[in-house]
Design a binder for this molecule. Structure first.
Ligand code: AMP
Length: 437
C-alpha cells in the first residue's frame, strides 16, 4: 500500500500528516500529490470528504517551504479560491495543521467579516491566501493585496463557483497572478464549462479522479419516501428524526425562508435544530455550525450554497426535504454524510411536483434510488416560479387559482423532454437555485 512517504512528501509534512491522524493517503492523494509536487497542473474530480484539501494543500506547502521567495508586504505566494466562507475556513484550518512549526503564514479573506481587519492582516504579507472571490476582488480594488508574486492557484469546488458567477471573478483575478504559475482545479462534478475553465487557466493538466462523474460516496444508503404534498413532508421528517434520536441530521431546504421556517417548526416541536442560509450573518452561521459540530444541535437545516463543502464528521443522515433544482447538487448534498469511511443515510422526500427533478437526478447518478415508503403521487408540473410573484420563498406549491398547468398530470414523454434539458433551461435553473440559497 502506498504511504505518504512514497508520495515524496518531506519529513516536516510527514510529521504534520501523522499529527493530523492520517495513516495512509486517500486515493485522490495518491493520484494527485506526486504530480502536484512536480509542479504539474492538476484537474481533480473529487468530492469533499475524499481528502482533496490535503491532495492540493500538502504539495503546495512543500513547494512553498522549498522555494526561495519570502513573504512580502501585501503580497501573496499562493492563492486558493473557494465558493463559501465555511469552505474557506475549513481549508485554512487544514492548512494551518500542515504548516505548524514552519514559517508559512496562512490567511483567509471572506465576506461578512471586517474588511479593514483583513486589509491590516494582508499588509504584513501572506504565504497562502484562502479566499472567496468576491471579497478578494474588493480587496484588490482597495489595493490591499498584490497577486503578482503568486505562482500557485487552486480553484476548489470550482463547479459550485461557476454557479456563483465565478467566471467573471476569475477573469479579474487570474491575470493579476504571477507567472509561471501552477494551477490546480478541483470539482465534485465536471459540467462542460469545467473543460472551458481548464483550457483557459490550466496548462497540460493531469486528470485525477476518485469517482466516476455522478457516483455518490459508496457508503451512502439512499432512499426516497413519497410525499403526497409539501405539507406531508414535515410529519415524515419528524418520524424519521424520532427513529434516530442520536443521529446527526443535515436537512436541505430549497429556499432561505423555507429553511428558516422548517428550523423553527422543528424547534417548536422539541427538536434541537439550527439553520444556515444566505440570510444569516457570519456570526450566526458560525454559531450554528459549531452547535451542530459539537452535537448540541442534532439537526442542521441548510440551503445548498450555505452548506457547500462543510466538513462535519458524524453526519448520519442527509434529508432532502426539497429536491435540489440542479441535479448535481443532490450528489453534493448526500456527500455530506458517510464521510471518512463511515456509513450514512440519504433520504429524499418527493412530491408529484418533484418527480421531474428526481428523474434528472437519477439520470445524472445513473441509478434508480430505492423507494423506502409512501405511495407514488401522480406527476404534476412544478409551479411556475420567478414571474408574477411566483412561489419562491413560500415553501409550498400554490394551489388553486393559477390557470397555469399546475396540478395537471404530466406525461412521461413531456418529463423526459424536460429532463433532457438543453443549456438554456439549465442556466435558468442554476440562477434560480443561486438566488434561492
Ligand atoms: P476533504 O475532502 O479535504 O474535505 O477531507 C475530508 C476529511 O478527511 C478532513 O477532515 C480531512 O482532515 C480528512 N482526511 C484527509 N486526508 C486524510 C487521510 N489520508 N486519512 C484520514 N483522513 C484524512
Amino acid at each position: 500500500m502506498t504511504s505518504f512517504k512514497d508520495l515524496g512528501l518531506d519529513p516536516k509534512l510527514l510529521a504534520a500528516v501523522s499529527a493530523a491522524g492520517y495513516e495512509t493517503p486517500s486515493p485522490i492523494q495518491v493520484q494527485a500529490i506526486p504530480h502536484a509536487l512536480a509542479g504539474t497542473d492538476v484537474m481533480g474530480l473529487a468530492q469533499t470528504g475524499t481528502g482533496k484539501t490535503a491532495a492540493f494543500g500538502l504539495p503546495l506547502v512543500q513547494q512553498l517551504l522549498g522555494g526561495h521567495d519570502k513573504r512580502e508586504p501585501k503580497c501573496v505566494r499562493a492563492l486558493i479560491l473557494a465558493p463559501t466562507r465555511e469552505l474557506v475556513n475549513q481549508i485554512a484550518d487544514n492548512l494551518i495543521d500542515y504548516v505548524k512549526g514552519t514559517h508559512i503564514k496562512v490567511n483567509t479573506v471572506v465576506g461578512g467579516k471586517s474588511i479593514n481587519k483583513q486589509v491590516q492582516i494582508l499588509a504584513k504579507g501572506t504565504d497562502i491566501l484562502v479566499a472567496t472571490p468576491g471579497r478578494l476582488i474588493d480587496l484588490m480594488d482597495r489595493r490591499a493585496v498584490r497577486l503578482d508574486r503568486a505562482t500557485f492557484l487552486v480553484l476548489d469546488e470550482a463547479d459550485q463557483m461557476l454557479d456563483m458567477g465565478f467566471i467573471h471573478a476569475l477573469r479579474r483575478i487570474a491575470p493579476e497572478l504571477g507567472t509561471p504559475r501552477q494551477t490546480m482545479l478541483f470539482s465534485a462534478t465536471m459540467p462542460k464549462q469545467m473543460e472551458e475553465l481548464s483550457r483557459a487557466y490550466l496548462t497540460d493538466p493531469v486528470r485525477v479522479q476518485v469517482a466516476t462523474p455522478g457516483k455518490a460516496a459508496d457508503k451512502v444508503t439512499q432512499g426516497i419516501h413519497w410525499a403526497q404534498d409539501k405539507g406531508d413532508k414535515f410529519d415524515l421528517l419528524k418520524s424519521y428524526l424520532e427513529k434516530e434520536p442520536d443521529g446527526l441530521s443535515l436537512v436541505f431546504g430549497r429556499t432561505k425562508h423555507g429553511s428558516e421556517r422548517l428550523m423553527k417548526q422543528l424547534c417548536a416541536d422539541g427538536f434541537k435544530a439550527v439553520s444556515i442560509h444566505g440570510n444569516k450573518s457570519q456570526g450566526q452561521r458560525d454559531r450554528a455550525l459549531k452547535a451542530f459540530r459539537d452535537g448540541e444541535a442534532r439537526i442542521l437545516v441548510a440551503t445548498d450554497v450555505a452548506a457547500r463543502g462543510i466538513d462535519i464528521p458524524g453526519v448520519s443522515h442527509v434529508f432532502n426535504y426539497d429536491l435540489p433544482e440542479v441535479p448535481e447538487n443532490y450528489i453534493h448534498r448526500i456527500g455530506r454524510t458517510a464521510r471518512a469511511g463511515a456509513g450514512g443515510d440519504a433520504i429524499a422526500f418527493v412530491t408529484g411536483e418533484e418527480i421531474g427533478l428526481l428523474r434528472q437526478i437519477q439520470k445524472v447518478m445513473r441509478i434508480d434510488i430505492p423507494i423506502l415508503g409512501g405511495h407514488q403521487p401522480e406527476e404534476v408540473d412544478p409551479p411556475k416560479r420567478g414571474g408574477g410573484g411566483g412561489g419562491r420563498g413560500r415553501g409550498g406549491p400554490r394551489r388553486g387559482g393559477g390557470g397555469k398547468p399546475q396540478g395537471q398530470p404530466k406525461s412521461a414523454a413531456q418529463g423526459a423532454k424536460k429532463a433532457a434539458g438543453g443549456g438554456q433551461g439549465q442556466r435558468r435553473r442554476r440562477t434560480r437555485g443561486r438566488k434561492a440559497a
